[in-house]
Design a protein around this ligand. Sequence first.
Ligand code: MLT
Ligand code: MN
Ligand code: ZN
Length: 302
Amino acid sequence: MDVILLGTAAGGGFPQWNCWCPPCRVARTDPARAHPRSQSSVAISADGRRWFLLNASPDVRDQLRHLDGRPGDALRHLPVEGIVPTDAELDHTLGIALLREGRRLELYATRAVLEVLNHDSRIVPVTYAFARVVEHELALEQPAELCYHDGAGSGLVVTPVAVPGDPPRFARRDLPGHTVGLLVTDRATGRTLAFVPGCGGLDPALAERLGAADLLLFDGTFWDDDEMIRLGLSERTARQMDHLPVGGADGSLARLRHLPCARKVYTHLNNSNPMLVEDSPERAAVRDAGLVVGDDGMRFRL
Ligand code: MLT
Ligand code: MN
Ligand code: ZN
């Protein structure tokens, strides 16, 4: 399985268009010390040619240049065979509507996510006015194979796992499965990717499951619980926004450092997170714990 980090920033991107917080300032004035990043999305492929998007970000148009496209036989060719959102948040789903020229889009999501996309954000009916959106409902804890447009199985099997959090602010209902992590196993190799870009907590049971993955991509939104409050950017803590902070005695770094996964990478990085700055002490702490801060365009082969 090939895995490409198409985007590694949280909603708003990095630097965020309207922000002059310390990391955004560095990204604007000295980008070698804080690499600009687009909004969080991952592409996976079993054959290096046909890709599935895990989340479709508002930056999807620029991000697709990372996929190895060959000139196709068809006049209109899309190297994207399907989209698998982890939730219905705007930064993970606005890209669905932006791919409407694809004419036919395969969407793999839980019933809860499909409900929000159909009835609250209305991204699916809006897209459907331009393209046929084919919904494939995923059930929590049920492995499902991702299929190519022609119906053939890809050998990539995805299992959605509920993670702690609340539904998007604009969702009218709180249904189970509104926010999931994705475990993706390649049948050909037995290797597993765990993709968890938004996670409000990490109990030992969830940590153990993630630890079984060969590559873990985990929520690196905030460093401190009160980061946004201290900067005067929000009145809510990281945990109140359903993101377990990276730092601190009970943060994710203290727990993930002990997991046996070969590679552990933070993604969905909010622009306020000091670990975005290459020479920061926070970045050194991540490195010393054996983890990596994700960057756009990073590739992995499992
Ligand atoms: C989040 O990650 O908490 C959401 O994407 C919030 C947002 O869309 O602003
Ligand atoms: Mn987000
Ligand atoms: Zn900022």
